[in-house]
Ligand binder design. Structure first.
Ligand SMILES: [Zn+2]
Ligand SMILES: [Zn+2]
Length: 565
């Protein structure tokens, strides 16, 4: 069993203990789940019996984790599940309900599922329970209806973990011959509202096949409910994320994958095209996607562009998207932090890490002095770091020394003037005073862009996906200023940022602005996060020529070096 599933099952256990009134154990399992989420190489620690070396993991949690990892289940969880049916967990994970209310509702009324709870809300039964009123009843009903409609939304990096665990579970069923992760995860969407799969059964009888797949889905430890009557099959995992399983008819896997992957608009445009051409897509014998697209007179379209905007028109006009930027094109690991500021690994480790991941060069850009919360570097420390880099003994990758400098409130870039001519790269980012109004923020960013040494705008809009809104700027004005300054935009691959978003990337690309795809790595492991930047760039249809760090490292050095004046 994969770490994400183990963590989720520990969280489920925590919830049961809380339902049982055992706060102490609930707290312990919750913290253990956090440790598992943060751990690399979990399997090795399990194999070597070293789980207890992790923070928040004692002997009994270690036993539970080892058991889950080996067999996918553990007796205590099975027992808890019979004691507390899934409706309690579904209720407890709804926003505005929580464990205590879920417990009261279940203990007094034993509803079989969320639909029953919704009916009880409508008839006013819930508001008569002690501790509940009309207002909380209304809120519970609203939460259930929203969950029914939308499920939950999660960020891509979380969705990927869940998607992989469920795919693994489906694949281990001997009756299932093929499982592909589709949907928004395959399209690299930064917010995921559904885990979608295309699945092929060995059973050629469609009804039996669908039934088997539904059974398999229901057996997954994290699945709380399955709607067998819907097509595609719909289930919900603990926490409320929706999953959709499209079961392919024999020989028709191609269309099933396309249907499970594309945005609704993309799929319906293809359907219209099929009607125009007199093709019945559900009867088209095609085991792969390319055959289906070909039948529709189109090239195979990369999943990232299947957003239902104008990709089909572009393809008809001759674009086959075969030259979109790829991870392999990226030569320079850009925007990396070390222990000098708030990174977890040393300069030497970061350089080696970049080389081991196939990059020819790395930019070391720790925070600037103004970022005191991140231990930013002043002039002396920046000089000392330059000396450390110069003294590296035959580094495995070229090292460009730079800084990630704060754009201060008045638009000043926080870099010591003495160092401007000596640094290989300056990334200018907004880190504080996010809440300036649109006028103030637009002025601030444009003032920074007017500095002759402005070269790269770091995590431009400062958003955190689903957690913090982008800064308020008049984006067209800012992009015009940037195009004039000949600066570049960073596409930040930190999975919590994913900034700039594809729509604005396209706005910038139309002005001829160049991009740097960055990992904003605070550890060796996070260097790989540049893959998310590549995902965003492909959704915005960027090509290799649009991306500075897809050129040979020697050229990149010249392109990003700040002009002193
Ligand atoms: Zn930053
Ligand atoms: Zn950074």
């Amino acid at each position: 069993m994969e770490p994400a599933s183990i963590a989720a099952q520990l969280r489920e256990l925590a919830m049961y203990y809380e339902l049982d009134g055992d706060r102490h154990r609930a707290f312990a399992y919750d913290k253990a789940a956090k440790s598992i989420d943060a751990t690399q190489g979990l399997q090795r620690l399990i194999d070597e019996g070293r789980l207890e070396e992790l923070p928040n993991i004692g002997p009994s949690t270690a036993r539970v984790i080892a058991e889950l990892s080996r067999t996918g289940r553990v007796a205590v969880l099975d027992r808890m599940r019979t004691q507390w049916p899934s409706v309690v967990i579904e209720l407890a994970t709804l926003p505005k309900v929580g464990v205590q209310k879920a417990r009261k509702i279940f203990k007094s009324l034993t509803p079989p599922d969320l639909d029953a709870v919704a009916a009880m809300c409508r008839s006013g039964v819930i508001s008569e329970l002690p501790g509940f009123g009309k207002v909380s009843e209304q809120k519970i009903l609203q939460s259930i209806e929203e969950r029914k409609l939308n499920g939950t939304r999660v960020i891509l990096v979380e969705a990927e973990d869940h998607a992989a665990s469920l795919a693994h579970h489906l694949r281990s069923d001997p009756a299932i011959s093929r499982v592909e992760i589709c949907g928004p995860v395959r399209r690299w969407c930064e917010v995921v509202d559904v885990l979608a799969y295309a699945v092929m059964s060995k059973d050629r009888d469609r009804e039996r096949a669908t039934n088997d797949v539904a059974n398999r889905l229901a057996e997954f430890g994290l699945v709380t409910s399955v709607d067998r009557s819907s097509d595609p099959l719909v289930g919900f995992v603990a926490g409320g994320l929706k999953c959709e399983i499209h079961v392919a008819a024999p020989g028709r896997f191609g269309w099933t994958m396309i249907e499970a992957t594309g945005s609704r608009a993309h799929v319906s445009q293809l359907r219209e095209r099929a009607v125009e051409r007199g093709i019945d897509l559900t009867k088209l014998d095609a085991d792969d996607e390319a055959l289906v697209y070909r039948a529709l007179g189109l090239p195979w379209l990369p999943p990232e562009v299947r957003d239902g905007t104008d990709e089909i028109a572009a393809a008809v006009a001759g674009d086959d998207f075969s030259d979109l930027i790829t991870l392999d094109d990226i030569t320079v690991a850009s925007h990396c932090h070390t222990t000098e500021s708030d990174g977890k690994n040393s300069l030497v480790d970061m350089v080696r890490g970049a080389a081991e991941r196939g990059f020819d060069a790395i930019t070391i850009t720790d925070h600037s002095a103004n970022a005191s919360y991140a231990n930013g570097l002043d002039l002396d420390r920046l000089r000392a770091q330059a000396a450390d880099i110069a003294a590296l003994d035959t580094p495995d990758a070229l090292v460009m020394h730079g800084t990630e400098a704060d754009i201060l409130e008045d638009g000043t870039i926080d870099v010591p003037p003495e160092m401007i001519g000596k640094l290989g790269v300056i990334i200018a980012s907004v880190h504080q005073r996010y809440k300036l109004d649109e006028d103030g923020m637009t002025r601030r960013v444009i003032a920074a862009m007017k500095q002759p040494y402005f070269k790269i705008w770091g995590h431009p809009l400062g958003r955190l996906v689903l957690r913090r809104d982008p800064i308020a700027v008049r984006i067209d004005e800012v992009l015009d200023a940037l195009a004039e300054s000949r600066g570049a935009i960073e596409i930040n691959g930190d999975p919590y940022r994913l900034d700039l978003d594809p729509e604005n990337v396209r706005r910038a690309a139309r002005r001829g602005i160049q991009f740097v795809l960055a990992s904003d790595a605070h550890s060796v492991r996070a260097i790989a996060a540049v893959r998310y930047a590549v995902g965003l760039a492909r959704r915005a249809r960027l090509r290799k020529k649009d991306v500075i760090n897809a050129r040979p490292a020697g050229e990149v050095i010249d392109l990003i070096r700040p002009n002193p004046s």
